[in-house]
Design a protein around this ligand. Sequence first.
Ligand code: TLP
Length: 345
Amino acid sequence: MTQYSDFRSDTVTRPTENMRKAMAAAEVGDDVLGDDPTVQKLESIAADMIGKEAAVYVPSGTMANSIAIKCWTNELDEVIVEERAHLYNMESTHMTFIARVTPRPLSSNRGAMNPEEVERNIRKPSVHIPRTSLICIENTHNNWSGAVVPMENLKAIREIADRHDVKVHFDGARVFNACHATGIPVKEYGKIGDSLMFCLSKGLSAPVGSVLTGPKDFVDYARRIRKALGGGMRQVGVLAAPGIVALTEMVDRLKEDHIRAKKLALTIQDLPGIDLNPDHIDTNIVIFGFKHPEISIPDFLEKLKERGILALATTGERIRFITHKDIDDKNLEKAISGFQEILSR
Ligand code: TLP
């Protein structure tokens, strides 16, 4: 059987040995009834780390984002989003389907929306016009090749939100990658959002789950919405246990993924067909334009696959590679030689 080097996402990471041990040993209760001690421990560690009053464990990042938007908005509201935001483009329309609000997408400079434009787009309600109740930000920004949104930009948006009494939700699926890239403590990012969600199941390598953090009354309401969406889970301490290992043992190693992503970008940048600026690779995601006179994107991905390398096509005739725990130097070298063999002919 082919041993694939799987660069499709950091969601493909397998749980570590310690995670499997923690799963086997996890003390459990019924979490919907509020008595699973392992889930409670995970939620308490997460809330402390982000600097929030409370946290709720949910099955996925998508559910965390959909709950947050539902909590902070009412029908007839509008939500400002960055135009390439994951929660607007990649989460099956939950903004309209669940929260029943209208997204107002704004352009950006690699994920950083212009604060003046954000302010201009905050709308006061009238008979014709929706009320803007929420601004969503994403950091690191997946579809901008894992870009780190600068802290000054985030602070400017936070300040505008406060001035207009609008909430901010922070999609921090990969917020710990942002921390490594900038050296900024995660609590500083926590201050930007009224709520912040992060994923345990991406670079941190837990098999399942995300955590939504925020004020206590918000989290109490979030639990009700989680239940309504079918996300209430019972003896789920077995899944929360590897989440605790993710937070206590896996955060520091993310920087290795950034080094490998940069190395990949620097080595492939000049190959025919590739449109990539390595200066724009801040973290573990390498997205590049691909236009080759003889090889289409599906053909290129197929040729990589024949060499045991998996990657994904993404919007705008681009290809995405993500580095993670299960990509070591050997996997990286295999990918680099794959690129060279296919494109240097
Ligand atoms: N992103 C996944 C896919 O959906 C594309 C990936 O492989 O990158 N916010 C951000 C910024 C994300 O990148 C993702 C997942 C989510 C939210 C949703 O998380 P899940 O997959 O747990 O629902």
